[in-house]
Design a binder for this molecule. Structure first.
Ligand SMILES: [Zn+2]
Length: 166
């Protein structure tokens, strides 16, 4: 009897998933005919989900509940700021809901801020991830496990259908 492949670090995993918040509202899901594909153990997905999928086999279905700590973090009030209009480019019309990138001081990754309010010269922004503070309720199904290529291991992400495109 052949064993179904097991989810382990360094494998490329394909999953179908539905993500809901604690209120049962659907936030996200994988594409209908294209499972989400990622490199396991490379922090491509939130920690709690990665841990929940570890050691599953192809065909396994599971509900994985991820606390904010192991998901997108708690809401950080310090990332909610009000700036003056002149901190932004002149030629852009600023509206609530707009997102833009800013350099972050600590890890070198650009941070995504969302404008949450525009009142005259005062622009309120929020640098928290839109899902910060949310407990994430995933329903997942493992549909593929394969070895990562050398390129994928080097890049730290999966290539091909459902994965990174370049
Ligand atoms: Zn790559």
């Amino acid at each position: 009897m052949t064993q179904a492949p097991v989810v382990k670090n360094g494998k490329v995993i394909s999953i179908n998933y539905v993500l809901r918040n604690s209120g049962g509202e659907q936030i996200d899901q994988s594409e209908k005919n294209e499972p989400f594909t990622y490199l396991h153990g490379a922090s491509q997905i939130v920690k709690g989900l990665e841990q929940g999928i570890s050691d599953l086999k192809v065909g396994d279905k599971k509900k994985v509940v991820v606390s904010p700590k192991d998901g997108y973090g708690e809401v950080n009030p310090k990332l909610k700021l009000t700036l003056k209009r002149d901190a932004f480019p002149d030629d852009v019309k600023l509206e609530a809901g707009m997102q833009f990138e800013a350099d972050s001081s600590n890890d070198g990754n650009p941070m995504v801020f969302t404008i949450t309010d525009v009142k005259g010269d005062d622009i309120t922004i929020d640098g928290n991830h839109p899902l910060a503070g949310e407990t994430l309720h995933f329903e997942i199904e493992v549909v593929g496990v394969r070895d990562a290529t050398a390129d994928e291991k080097q890049h730290g992400h999966a290539h091909g259908a459902g994965g990174h495109n370049h």
